[in-house]
Ligand binder design. Structure first.
Ligand code: ATP
Length: 238
């Protein structure tokens, strides 16, 4: 037990449809953990359960020694779990700066707020160049950076990244994975959901394979990437 994030027997449903069927998951502090699986396997549902957007049907979620099962989403965010949702979901009508500010709403101290804003803008110079632009005018890759920057404004202990490379041009995909590597280097703990299994396994310490709502394989990412079943199902000829 890592004592950081421990998920036990988690079940999540949409009405009568059970999408996550009793999974156990451990994320150690400072690790990058990848969750891979086909479309509809339950990856996004798992993320939504962890961030409190979806109520737990059964099982438990513990974070930093506290039971957060079915805690309200705002409390979970305040505790330091920040989700970067699939499809970015930035506020198109608001400026880049306003979007970032929303991510830092819970940061009371204004000196702290300014420090974080500067750190985010140092990391994403493109955002600094576009601070006054409406987020809707940004490219997909820039919106992904904004979504990441917005999450980082909250000083996350655990980042939940849902398909950060989805729909991006190859150059941006490379850049996003470089940012994930940098965040890891800085000691940010990350749970990463990705269709791009190869890249997700290369960057991770530990990995889980989710199939039809169940974990079918887990282990050090360096083992998972060499598992014949994973190669056959997710990695093709790589
Ligand atoms: P993807 O890569 O396509 O996002 P995923 O692994 O993230 O896939 P989920 O989005 O978690 O999968 O979906 C898991 C299952 O739950 C699927 O069978 C899906 O059809 C179902 N599901 C997802 N969202 C809802 C919803 N709002 N209402 C009902 N069923 C849903």
């Amino acid at each position: 037990m890592s004592g950081f994030l421990s998920v036990s027997g988690l079940r999540l449903s949409y009405g009568r449809t059970e999408a996550v069927k009793g999974i156990d998951l451990e994320v150690r502090q400072g690790a990058v953990v990848s969750l891979i699986g086909a479309n509809g396997a339950g990856k996004t549902t798992t993320m939504r359960g962890l961030s409190g957007l979806l109520k737990t049907a059964a099982g438990s979620i513990r974070f930093c020694g506290e039971d957060i099962t079915n805690a309200p989403a705002h409390k979970i965010a305040r505790m330091g779990i920040r989700q970067v949702p699939e499809g970015r979901q930035v506020f198109a009508e608001m400026t880049v700066d306003e979007n970032l500010s929303l991510g830092g709403l819970q940061v009371g101290d204004s000196a702290d707020f300014r420090r974080r804003r500067e750190a985010v803008l140092d990391r994403f110079p493109r955002l600094r160049e576009r601070l006054t632009q409406h987020a809707g005018y940004l490219s997909g890759g820039e919106q992904q950076m904004l979504a990441l920057g917005r999450a980082m404004m909250g000083g996350p202990k655990l980042l939940l990244l849902d398909e950060p490379s989805m729909g991006l041009a190859p150059l941006f995909v490379e850049e996003i994975f470089k940012i994930v590597a940098d965040l890891r280097q800085d000691g940010t703990t990350i749970l990463l959901v990705e269709q791009n299994a190869q890249a997700a396994l290369e960057i991770a310490d530990h990995a889980y394979v989710l199939e039809s709502g169940r974990i079918t394989l887990e282990g050090p990412a360096s083992d998972v990437v060499n598992d014949p079943r994973v190669i056959a199902a997710y990695l093709g000829d790589h």
